[in-house]
Design a protein around this ligand. Sequence first.
Ligand SMILES: [Zn+2]
Length: 157
Amino acid sequence: MNKVWLQKAAYTRILEETIRKMPCETGGILMGYWGNTGEAVVTAIIGPGPKAVHKRTSFVPDYEYDKKAISRHYEQSGFTETYLGDWHTHPYAAAYLSEQDKKTLKKIADFEPARLVKPLMMILGTQPFNLGAWAHTYTKRRCMRKPSIVPCSIELY
Ligand SMILES: [Zn+2]
């Protein structure tokens, strides 16, 4: 199973932001790096931007804000911490990948300019309370690239 290390301060920010926007969804960007052992390390979170749209069962990011914040963080980290994927909340629902979430994750994986090998999606559900994460990968079989989504375990550090 893939492992995701989540910085405690970043986790706290997710919790605070979740409560602030209840009963609407919120979300943002996961920043960090992939370690040598194939484990993702989330060092910080970004967002949501001021123009993000928060509704009870949907969240639309402020893409412009996110894009700028990603480059700023990348620079400030000495070009070591980059865009790993997205996070969002499911108020009064479980942490699971909805059909829309699966589509979004696939879109991130297929987004050429970012070239993410293994994009992540982290979801905080408040009922039952749980934080989940999934990684999107492509497995090569003969000449076909087969998309697959695998769950990750999360550990705070
Ligand atoms: Zn969702």
